[in-house]
Design a protein around this ligand. Sequence first.
Ligand code: SF4
Length: 324
Amino acid sequence: MSKLLEVKDLVIKFALRTGEVTATNGVSFTLNKGERLGLVGESGAGKSVTGFSIINLISKPGYIASGEVDFLGENLAKVSDERMRSIRGNRISMIFQDPMMTLNPVLTIGTQMTETLHQHNPNMSKEEARNIALDKLCKVYIPSPEKRLAQYPHEFSGGMRQRIIIAIALLTGPELIIADEPTTALDVTIQAEIMELLMELCETEDMGLLLITHDLAVVGQVTQNIAVMYAGSVVEKGLTAQVIANPQHPYSQGLIAALPQSSKHGERLNQIPGMMPTLKDIPPGCAFNPRCSHVMDICKTETPCLRLGENGNLVACHLYPESE
Ligand code: SF4
């Protein structure tokens, strides 16, 4: 499989008035064409800022301090704003958690879809734009698409609105979709339907998917590969099935133990003790050390690099010997 996206040693910083803080510390992962990769971790792990950085949507005072975002051979961390505008929403589309934040409540769905197409191709005829919009609504299984084009966002259910967001994301035939918690606001049945739809579209449209979520169950259902993030670093990555069946990093183990299906009926849900550190107080050594039941002296002083775990995946933990 050929490479679609490679994030290499990405360091994102925020220049605050009180000093600089590091939001991601050398994040690296690869996504091949047509593959689905899950970026997972608790809130504050740095996964969303990593996703936003790919299309240069980090809000100031954040910035990419070093590293590369290689998208089909082009380093997006270095391209001009104009070049990025031609890639964002065109070759790379983003789906956010709340459709109402993305949709304009005073414009019909049809207007929003055709305007998006005209932004990317001002010479496209109205009829062609309308036909493409109809085609994409059919692809996301919106019933009566002709009638729906004339309706406003408030006339759709939450699940239907998220389908429309996906249809808008598809308009320009992107090679990569970045979906940030795309189903968190939806109920469980609709969540499963939207995830099924995303998987189907990735296959039929030959798109890569970077799925950003706190929900390991969703990642397990949708992705082939996973990168688990903690306090701005990737702590375990590899095949999703192997990480879920046999997690190596104590943080991944804690996330999996906290899944509802890991507890017996009537038992309290497991949880990882303590909280994710804020950017200002990430502890030295392994950032997970204050919450880890396996902590050793070395963990408090030396930051572990990624090495081979027992499941063949890469894990950043002193419990495993460093690779030769
Ligand atoms: Fe726990 Fe040490 Fe491994 Fe960090 S490096 S996860 S503190 S055992």
